[in-house]
Ligand binder design. Structure first.
Ligand code: PLP
Length: 420
């Protein structure tokens, strides 16, 4: 017999989500916090406990975790880390980071413009600029900091920023911080951008992502660029998930489309394919000079730890010398996508290493993730606000380091649990 949710029954995933806790009533700003805390206690026990659980190993193709419910899981097949080329735990990266740690110590102890810039940072920036075949590069202490710094560094009140509706939070936050007007266009829809940009005067910036972080599809770059250029807008691409993996030489979705010289601002992060942390922007020398003065998230924040910069540089050098890592990643992507689709698993329009395993209902996605764990797979659920309501999914990442046996096990286990 089917069970129904009673009117007064508390059901954390269908009655409430994070959107209920942005605004409180009354004069005390803490009122909403207590209300949220009461909800969270129940939601946590009802399934959200699956978040914020500590790893007790590195983010390799297998991972060990200590659950918030007090259980240790060892050697789960890891399908959730961004370690696309397997570089996070690579011996060459560790060796470079350890050497730099011994030489420089732990932190940079200063912002980049005063006392936090080290030779290793400049070396890393030069290497990234050379790899991306751009005039210059500057770095930030995260990809998030890069996006907010770049966008708010050049756009001002009275300007207009056009964003894809699926833009990452860091792009949206950069636009908010800039105080420019923000206009969203439908995902990858150049015709909708055209409708919205036509007739808008003043300074304009169109921002897109190379590979969309929750859907794994490529940006419709050729058509979007055509519209942006026609209307005199500057363009920026966030290649967080596509730099170092897409394009013949790994230069990103811009290389894939042969449009490297057509985009004005190229942003990316070190936290995905390079297995480290940090953000970068590549473009003309003049714009880099300006951003080093006006990107406040860079100017007013401590520089990346030198040891991280050394590790990221070693990671870049290694992937440049070993293109076969990229080739292996694309073989793995093709294999898993084919097997999942054969098994009838809905992975949307993904064409990359980022694959959404669509579940749609928040109420089911936590139980599915839990069951996957019981069957040896770490694959995290994603719900609102990371994706729209009613678009809950398991966000799957493939790595070059995964074996065919691991991918086959993933395809069979995911499909059999979803069928249940
Ligand atoms: C598209 C996109 N841009 C920027 C970021 C932020 O990068 P980071 O995690 O390196 O701060 C992310 C992170 O997932 C992302 O998906």
């Amino acid at each position: 017999m089917q069970t129904h949710v009673q009117v007064n029954e508390f059901h954390p995933f269908t009655n409430y989500d994070f959107s209920n806790f942005y605004f409180g009533s009354g004069d005390d700003p803490f009122d909403i916090i207590h209300t949220y805390n009461r909800w969270w206690e129940k939601a946590y026990k009802g399934g959200y406990h699956i978040y914020r659980e500590p790893f007790t190993s590195g983010p390799g193709t297998t991972v060990s975790i200590r659950t918030n419910m007090g259980k240790d899981h060892h050697d789960l097949l890891n399908l959730s880390s961004y370690n696309y080329l397997g570089m996070a735990g690579s011996p060459v990266v560790k060796e470079a980071a350890i050497k730099a740690l011994e030489k420089y110590g732990l932190g940079a102890s200063g912002g980049p413009n005063l006392s936090g810039m080290f030779d290793i940072h400049r070396e890393l920036e030069a290497a990234i600029a050379a790899f991306k075949q751009k005039e210059a590069c500057t770095t930030f202490n995260s990809g998030y900091a890069a996006n907010i710094g770049i966008i708010s560094g050049i756009m001002r009140s009275g300007d207009t920023i056009f964003l894809d509706q699926f833009s990452h939070a860091s792009i949206i936050d950069g636009a908010i911080l800039s105080k420019a007007k923000t206009v969203f266009f439908r995902h990858n829809n150049a015709a909708d951008l055209e409708r919205k940009i036509a007739g808008v005067g003043g300074r304009k910036l169109v921002v897109v992502e190379g590979v969309y972080s929750m859907d794994g599809d490529y940006c419709n770059l050729p058509e979007i660029l055509e519209v942006a250029k026609k209307h005199g807008a500057r363009t920026m691409i966030d290649e967080a998930h596509s730099a170092f993996v897409c394009g013949e030489n790994g230069r990103g979705v811009v290389e894939h489309f042969g449009l490297e010289d057509e985009v004005d601002i190229h942003m990316g992060t070190f936290s995905k394919a390079l297995g480290g942390i940090g953000g970068y922007v590549c473009c003309d020398e003049g714009l880099i000079q300006y951003l080093e003065a006006f990107a406040r998230s860079r100017f007013f924040s401590c520089t990346l730890p030198p040891a991280v910069s050394a590790g990221v540089l070693a990671s870049l050098r290694h992937i440049e010398a070993h293109p076969e890592l990229r080739w292996q990643l694309w073989k793995n992507v093709a294999y898993l996508q084919k097997r999942l689709r054969e098994e009838g698993v809905d992975i949307g329009n993904s064409v990359s290493q980022v694959m959404p395993v669509m579940v749609y209902e928040d109420a089911s996605v936590f139980g599915i993730a839990q069951e996957l764990r019981e069957n040896g797979i770490f694959l995290q659920p994603v719900t609102y606000p990371a994706v729209s309501k009613g678009k809950a999914r398991l966000r799957l990442s493939v790595s070059a380091a995964h074996t065919t046996e691991q991918l086959e096990y993933a395809a069979q286990t995911i499909s059999s649990i979803l069928k249940k």
